[in-house]
Design a protein around this ligand. Structure first.
Ligand SMILES: *Cc1c(COP(=O)(O)O)cnc(C)c1O
Length: 488
């Protein structure tokens, strides 16, 4: 790793990355109103630019560099064949406003993807429009709202959400105009069914549940929970972020879920992060299909065109420009076709196996607050380490010295000093063992030299950052020297 300071000011007057061929047509002046020559653009060669961005990329962690067990986020490897397929000119060069007759290929792909997702999770209809999980949640909850409005059940304004839920769940319900009521988890990490019984009533619109939940646990009372909500006329929303535990094993639609979002960038290997687009399709049961965002793709065998756009009758409207992040639909489609049904089941089996392996190898050195067989992820607590003055965040920082991405910390909120670990199915036994060795070494260091762990990371380019200031005074913009000088 380089140690010299990171230089951002590479500009040299007159340096350029392009060379324009000699003029072989008559010279014509540019319309002067479209020309600006006062922009403080850096003057750099091509190699300067390539090295600058390559160097920056090396200062970051990525799933293509090493292990990335960021719980709940499912940072699985993104197979490169997905990228190849998404770049096929026949897909990449389409325009969303083209006549359906000229884009039958992509329409067929989207139609089939809607069908695959419906089949995999047990739903009757799917919209591919939402751009992320949280956006899928909003879509799903707006569908619930439209459903109750259409039935004249305007008093149903309460959404029940477990205390282990991701923060997007209550945010979504509140944004859609619902009152949020929290239900506690019991000692086994399930929804407290007795408390839930007290909370349900004629005002219940829905429960937003995550199963398996963010403790990495299957809710043992899921059937009872679903029956209870349905018995008072409410709907069951399943946050599908943890669907990587269930592929080919259990279908939320079969255990009574009415609405669910998929995170294609989690379960179906389309890339996360880097500011790139995600995708959060929504699946619903038949009684909610007419409310889906439009348009969706339908098939009309024997007609011309066979695949075309259709607006569900009482659609909540459009929730994304054009048709969603179609490049992600192509990648997820490639992933599903590559694995097939039995391959997808193997994905979930391997993800669950890897998580249970890590849990078994770490349980003697870190506290396990909910001590059960886990699903595709599990939550440890660093309370034992905290007695030596070391927090979960310090352990996360120390892991960076091993070239490993830390687990999720401080979530779920119901676990003190939480470390939420999700290995995914794509890691070798050697990588899992390397993570175990690092976590065990850190636990030893905490007892021998807690200050050393508190000061971590020691090996990375940047050491401890001032996280409060980074949060309160976020400043990500590079200010060119000239522009800074010119600003009063
Ligand atoms: C990731 C996640 C979400 C939000 O999904 P995004 O795609 O990040 O918007 C919601 N709930 C849970 C449990 C998650 O892990």
């Amino acid at each position: 790793m380089r140690v010299e300071p990171l230089i951002f000011e590479l500009s040299k007057p007159g340096r350029t990355g392009t060379s324009v061929p000699d003029l072989d047509v008559p010279e014509a002046p540019l319309p002067v109103e479209h020309v600006r020559d006062d922009l403080p653009l850096p003057e750099v060669s091509e190699i300067d630019v390539v090295r600058h961005f390559t160097r920056l990329s090396q200062l970051n962690h990525a799933v293509d560099i090493d292990f990335y067990p960021l719980g709940s986020c499912t940072m699985k490897y993104n197979p490169k064949i997905n990228e190849l397929v998404a770049r096929f000119p026949g897909f990449a060069h389409l325009h969303p406003l083209q006549d359906p007759r000229t884009v039958q290929g992509i329409l067929r792909l989207m139609y089939e993807l809607q069908g695959f997702l419906a089949e995999i999770a047990g739903f009757d209809a799917v919209s591919l429009q939402p751009a992320a999980g949280a956006h899928g949640e909003l879509t799903g909850i707006l569908i619930a709202r439209a459903y109750f409005d259409a039935r004249g059940e305007h008093e149903r304004r309460t959404v029940i959400i477990p205390d282990s839920a991701h923060g997007t769940n209550p945010a979504t319900a509140a944004m859609a105009g619902f009152r949020v009521v929290e239900v506690k988890s019991d000692a086994r990490g399930n929804v407290d069914i007795e408390q839930l019984r007290q909370l349900v009533g004629p005002d219940t619109a829905a429960i937003m549940i995550t199963n398996p939940n963010t403790l990495g646990l299957w809710d043992e009372n899921i059937t009872e929970i679903v029956d209870l909500i349905h018995s008072v006329g409410g709907l069951v929303y399943n946050d599908g972020a943890n669907f990587n535990a269930l592929l080919g094993i259990a279908r939320p639609g079969d255990f009574g879920v009415d609405i669910m979002h998929f995170n294609l960038h989690k379960t179906f290997s389309t890339p996360h992060g880097g500011g790139g687009p995600g995708s959060g399709p929504v699946g619903v049961k038949a009684h909610l299909a007419e409310f889906l965002p439009g348009p969706i793709v339908v098939r009309r065998p024997g007609e011309d065109p066979e695949y075309t756009w259709h607006w569900p009758e009482r659609s909540i409207g459009k929730i994304h420009s054009f048709h969603g992040n179609v490049g992600m639909h192509i990648r997820a489609y490639a992933y599903i076709r590559m694995h097939g049904g039995s391959g997808l089941r193997r994905v979930s089996e391997d993800a669950v196996l890897a998580a249970n392996y890590l849990l078994a190898r770490l349980r003697d050195v870190y506290e396990v607050p909910y001590d059960r067989t886990c699903m595709h992820e599990f939550v440890l607590s660093a309370v034992r380490q905290k007695r030596h003055g070391v927090r979960a965040m310090d352990i996360a920082k120390r892991l960076l010295d091993f070239g490993l991405h830390p687990p999720t910390v401080a979530f779920p909120l119901i676990v003190q000093e939480a470390l939420m670990i999700e290995p995914t199915e794509t890691e070798s036994l050697e990588t899992l063992d390397r993570f175990v060795a690092a976590m065990r070494q850190i636990a030893e260091e905490v007892e021998r030299d807690p200050e050393f762990v508190r000061q971590a990371p020691h090996q990375t380019f940047y050491k401890r950052l001032d996280e409060v200031r980074a949060n309160r005074e976020l400043d990500l913009r590079w200010q060119p020297e000239r522009a800074t000088a010119a600003t009063p």
